[in-house]
Design a protein around this ligand. Structure first.
Ligand code: ADP
Ligand code: ASP
Ligand code: MG
Length: 417
């Protein structure tokens, strides 16, 4: 007998037929004698619709009321799945975040889980119950519903798995694992049997939305054995119930990966915007004067490039922010202009950041040069570059996103043969 958490994403619970299919996956694990907690997302598209409603109601709305609205999608699917499971003779009950409770901090709209009472769920297992939990939501210190940021049901699942000491956390989605790049962009992408926590963390932070970043962090810290797998396969096909090697991708320690490639995957993030400050005074404290106020306004600055000044007095500073934050960022910068001292602000939206990720880069030279050459051969202009030990990120113009992803995927030999 094992204790497992099964998480089903939006496309997996998109309608009642799919919820029935999800229930068959759950039934398989229950009948194998496992203790099962299920985490569900809202039906595909539902959260987008709810978010849009809050914006239509008022563009500058209260984050606590945003949470009250957008958390509702998961309440519906949790109840529906419990109904279907019950109709199949399984003792199931739905639970919302506040009932367990899944405690979060006060950052409404992007809250972090601070604590989960695992004993609540363990008690339910003792009663032979399958707990169906609404993902994406918890209870803030102000005693109100808080949501965990887009894609947050992944984090609900891994956090619950850690809290109950689960043997496994299975993230069921619309692809059968983690691929070398988004299979929707590059059909030649290959499924990875395993990927290290560090690489998955980079892939997720750099745009691969298959797992929310925070869920990977939690899996890494709490050593949760996490699989990404498909909910669309026949729940009763051979091997689906394999407790050790279920079909899918295992996120694991680097040491568990036998054949390490130099490059593991390519990720991309759309909707980046670039801001350049022209002729900024080149003196100590100038970066703090620019980025301090941006941080205080909760604007996430990403790539930062500062040119070496020619005459030692003025320089150019270029950085990126999410396109959605561009207007806000420009307004903040206009305000601090007298204090910072620069000539002009130039900005451009609709850019894309393409990233090459691989632990093997630590010990291999020339990985970046290969990317630059390949992009140049396709006539793709590079606007900015940042690197770390295991990744290279390149900022390019939006219309080249797909071409760049496919070019890099192929140049590192990741294409399926
Ligand atoms: P869910 O609703 O189940 O949470 P998501 O849409 O959040 O599913 O994530 C799954 C999607 O992530 C896939 O449909 C795929 O298009 C996308 N994706 C992006 N990069 C990758 C990758 N490297 N491997 C697998 N899927 C990826
Ligand atoms: N329903 C939420 C979203 O769309 C959470 C999730 O699906 O993980 O962001
Ligand atoms: Mg998701």
């Amino acid at each position: 007998m094992a204790r497992i958490v099964m998480k089903f994403g939006g496309t997996s619970v998109a309608d009642i037929d799919r919820i029935r299919n999800v229930a068959r996956h759950v039934k398989r694990e229950v009948e194998a004698g496992n203790e099962v907690a299920v985490v569900v997302s809202a039906m595909a598209g539902k959260t987008n619709e709810l978010v849009a409603w809050t914006r239509t109601a008022s563009p500058m709305h209260d984050a606590r009321e945003y949470d009250a609205v957008v958390a509702s999608g998961e309440q519906v699917t949790a109840g529906l799945l419990a109904i279907v499971l019950q109709s199949m003779g399984i003792h199931a009950r739905s639970w919302q975040g506040w009932q367990i409770p899944i405690r979060t901090d006060n950052a409404h709209g992007a809250a972090r889980i601070t604590d989960i009472d695992g004993s609540f769920l363990v008690k339910r297992f003792g009663e032979g119950q399958v707990a169906v939990i609404a993902g994406f939501q918890g209870l803030g210190p102000d005693n109100r519903i808080a949501t965990l940021g887009r894609g947050g049901s992944d984090t609900s699942a891994v956090a619950i798995a850690a809290a109950i000491g689960a043997d496994r956390c299975d993230i069921y989605t619309d692809v059968d694992g983690v691929y070398t790049t988004d299979p929707r962009v590059e059909p030649k992408a290959r499924r990875l049997a395993r990927i290290s926590f560090e690489e998955m963390l980079e892939m997720a932070s750099l745009g691969a939305k298959v797992l929310q970043v925070r869920s990977v962090e939690l899996a890494m810290v709490h050593k949760v054995r996490t699989f990404v797998r498909s909910s669309f396969e026949d729940p009763d096909a051979p091997g689906m119930g394999d407790p050790i090697n279920p079909p899918g991708t295992l996120i694991c320690d680097e040491e568990e990966i036998v054949e390490q490639q130099v490059v593991t995957g390519i990720a991309y993030a759309k909707d980046e915007a670039q801001i350049s400050l022209r002729r900024v005074a080149d003196r100590p404290g100038v970066s703090a004067a620019i980025f301090g106020p941006l941080a205080e306004s909760h604007i996430n600055v990403d790539m930062i490039v500062q040119n070496v000044s020619e005459d030692g007095s003025k320089t150019d500073m270029t950085f990126t922010v999410p396109t959605g934050d561009l207007d806000k960022a420009v307004a903040v910068l206009e305000k601090v202009k007298p204090e910072v001292g620069f000539d002009a602000i130039q900005s451009e939206a609709g850019l894309v950041k393409v990233s090459v990720i691989g632990i093997g880069m630590r010990s291999h030279a020339g990985v970046a040069a290969t990317a630059f050459r390949a992009l140049a051969d396709k006539g793709i202009n590079i606007r900015a570059i940042t690197t770390s030990e295991i990744k290279i990120s390149i900022l390019i113009d939006g219309p080249y996103a797909e071409l760049a992803v496919r070019t890099l995927h192929s140049v590192y030999g990741l294409d399926k043969h």
